[in-house]
Design a protein around this ligand. Structure first.
Ligand code: SF4
Length: 73
């Protein structure tokens, strides 16, 4: 299985890996455990800045909607 090497230090993955929410589950399957990990904007951010972006930055570069953030806290 293809897996991102940053799984253990990624806030998005730790927060959403076990989610039942279909869109977030899709991101995990496509990026974190799938072929799109090289295109992940979180990964690019970490490599550029040397530290992780906020947990709610999605792999596609968008931010988790506030309504969903409130529901998962
Ligand atoms: S969100 Fe990106 S950086 Fe984080 S584990 Fe998934 S592919 Fe890796």
């Amino acid at each position: 299985m293809l897996e991102c090497e940053l799984l253990s230090q990624c806030g998005f993955f730790r927060k959403h890996e076990a989610t039942l929410d279909l869109p977030c589950r899709g991101f995990v399957q496509a990026y974190c455990r799938g072929p799109r990990r090289e295109a992940c904007q979180r990964r690019a951010y970490l490599l550029l800045h040397g530290f992780s972006p906020p947990d709610d930055l999605l792999p596609n570069g968008q931010v988790v909607p506030m309504s969903y953030q409130a529901a998962t806290e």
